[in-house]
Design a protein around this ligand. Sequence first.
Ligand code: PMP
Length: 439
Amino acid sequence: MPTVAGLANAPTLDSSVSAARERYIARNPASLAQHVEATAVLPGGNTRTVLFHEPFPLVMTRGEGCRLWDADGHAYVDLLGEYTAGLYGHSNPVIRRALDRALDGGWNLGAHGVAEARLARLVVNRFPSIELVRFTNSGTEANLLAIATAVASTGRSRVLVFEGGYHGGLLYFGGGGIPINAPHKFLLGRYNDSEGALALARAHADDLACILVEPMLGSGGCIPAERDFLLNLRTAADETGAVLIFDEVMTSRSSAGGQQARLGIVPDMTTLGKYIGGGMSFGAFGGRRDLMELYNPHRPGALPHAGTFNNNTLTMHAGVAGLEQLFTPEAADALFARGEGLRERLNALCAAAGLAVQWTGLGSLMTIHFQRGAIREPADLTPRSLVKELFHLDMLERGFYFARRGMAALSLEIGTTEEDAFCAAFEAWLDLRSAELSS
Ligand code: PMP
C-alpha cells in the first residue's frame, strides 16, 4: 500500500508532461531554430499538418534503412514509416538503382514511357477488383477521382462515408468533417455499423453514387473493419446500384492484393497510394473495366483525366522495382505476420502491467490507445491527448520516432533487433509511468 507521503510525491500527468516538454525543448535547439525560421514563410512553420505537434516538431536531416537522425544529431528507430509510404525505408539500394536508371534516361519527357504500363500490370495482377488502373500524384487525388468516376457513371450525387474516415486532405471525416472538404453531398455513417449503413443507403437509394470506406480506419486510430460490415456495404451497393470504393491507400499492404484479398470481398473500385510508388509521390484509382473505360481516350466523349506528373518517371521506376523485387506477395504476407506478432507482444505487456492501454491495428499498422475495452468505431475512443503527448515525448527521448497520435507503420527494414528494443523500452515505460497512466 502506498503511504500518504508516497502519494503526495507521486508524479501527476500534468507535471510529467511539463517536465518532458522542457527536456524536449532543451534537447532540440537546432530543430527549434529551424522551426522559428520556417514560421516566417510557412504558416506555423509547416506545410503538412499531420507532422506538426507542440511545442515544435523535430527536423530530420538524414535517413538510412529504418533509422533517422535529427538536426541536433539524435538517432531514432523510425516506427512512423512515413505514415505507411516508407515501406522500403530510407535508402534501399533496389529503389536507389531504379531511381538512378530513371534519371539516366532523363526526366520530364512529356510523353508516355515504358514503366507506367509495367507498374499498371503489377497492380492489376495483384488487386482482385482492379481490371484497369489510372495513376495520380496522391491518395487524395485518387479518392477525389474515384468519387468523380462514381458520380459521372451513375448520374447521382450522394457519397456515403464514415465517421472517422480519412481519404485525403479534402476528404476528412473525423468529428463529422472539416470546412475545407470537397463540396460533395456526403452522408455520414458510423463505422462498423452495418444496420445504420444499410438504412442510409436504402433511404437514399435513388441518389447514392458511391460508398467510400477504408477497410481499416487508419488515421482514425487503426480500427479494422469487421468483415461483416464490409460484406453489408457490398450488399448495400448491389441493392442500390451505388459504386463500392475501398480506400486501400493504407491497407493495401495487408497482402499482395490488399485487405480485399485477405477478406475475399471485391469492391467496384479501389484507391491506392503511399509505398506503391516506391516511396515517391503516388496515387492510383482503378476498378471494374466498364467504369475505368470511361477514361479511354479512344472513345468519343471520354472523361478527361489530366495530371502532369501522373506517369512521372521516378515514381513509375521506383514503383516497379519495389513491387517486383522487394514487396513480393511472400514479403507482404511476412510483414503482415510480423506486425500481428509485434502487436500481440505489445498487448501482452499492456495486460501484464494491468494498465488502461492497448494497441489496435492490422498487420504492420498499429496505434496505441490509453483505455480499456473493445474499440469498434471512433465513438469508442477516449481522448487522452496528454497521455499520448507523454508517450510521444518519452519515446522520442528513448530514440523511437512515432506519430504524436501514437501510430506505428513498420517498414521492411524494421527487424527483430528493433522490435525487441522497442518492446523493452515500452515495458520499461509502462513501469515508469504507471502512476500517470492510472490517474
Ligand atoms: N486515404 C487514406 C486511407 C490515407 O491514409 C491517406 C493518407 N494518409 C490518403 C487517403 C491520402 O493520401 P495522400 O496523403 O497521398 O494524399
